[in-house]
Design a protein around this ligand. Sequence first.
Ligand code: GLV
Length: 325
Amino acid sequence: MKPRALVTRHVYPAAIPILQEHCVVDYQDSYEVLSEPRLMRKLALAEGVVCQLTDPISRAVIEAAPKLKVISQVAVGYDNIDVTAATERGIVVTNTPGVLTEATADMTFALLLAAARKLPAAERYLRAGKWQRWDVDLLCGGDVHGQTIGIVGLGRVGQAVARRARGFGMRVLYTARHEAEHALEEELQATRLPLDTLLAESDYVSLHVPLTDETHHMISVPQLCAMRSHAILINTARGPVIDERALVAALEEGLIGGAALDVFEHEPTIPPALLELDNVVLLPHIGSAVSSVRSLMCALAARDCAAVLGGHEPPSHVVNPEVLR
Ligand code: GLV
């Protein structure tokens, strides 16, 4: 009998036949997010699950799934999954890096430019019928070319952002747990600095770290105080990397110049004060939202789920490889 795989939410259609080749698929073709109790009931008989960053794959959910062998996340970030609990049970966890790198870096730059040149504020102004004439100082923003960008986390997306920044003639600084290979530093012309120094020297600070216990609230009061008063903070990583209350206060007090955010601490809830501010650009977590990219992400997650359950090929992106040893 074929193993059973749950697909928790609507996915791009390419994913389903990939799974069906090796599994019986329980496809929740809906935009609704299954609550923890419903997820537990659904997973009682499942050996695999293709899930999304909105699904709470907690220890309790994993414990309620006695047959589970693989959790395949349609995203690069997997902070919604208790990987420790999965690993203890020998459950393989997979994600979808690589295919979304360029799209996410493009969005990071779109946010940087939008915030620097006040695009949303300018559009709001025009749509509100306020535009009377060309004025020499109307909606003037900040320079991008020749400015300094501080990239926090030089993984795939951080590197892709650095390449774009070089194209804009920017000076590139980065922080990372480990120094990048010399050849990569040369190619990106990037200089590694401690976070506090990077914050003090950057005109734009862009976050590209995964959400972990270490990076939770990595940007809070001391870090915001270290930033330059005109600097713009960009986040396309995960919301809780920033202490959102501290950020709102910093923006209100003019401690920093602005923020451009695709992710939030309690999605989809946005602090009302943030919505009131004019020096912020706010997007609904669409960093990798390109149809071709999202389709590849769904197919990749399905392929890895089927690979583990079918055993016909090794899964390609395992986040806890120790379970395969
Ligand atoms: C999206 O946020 C992802 O982690 O892929």
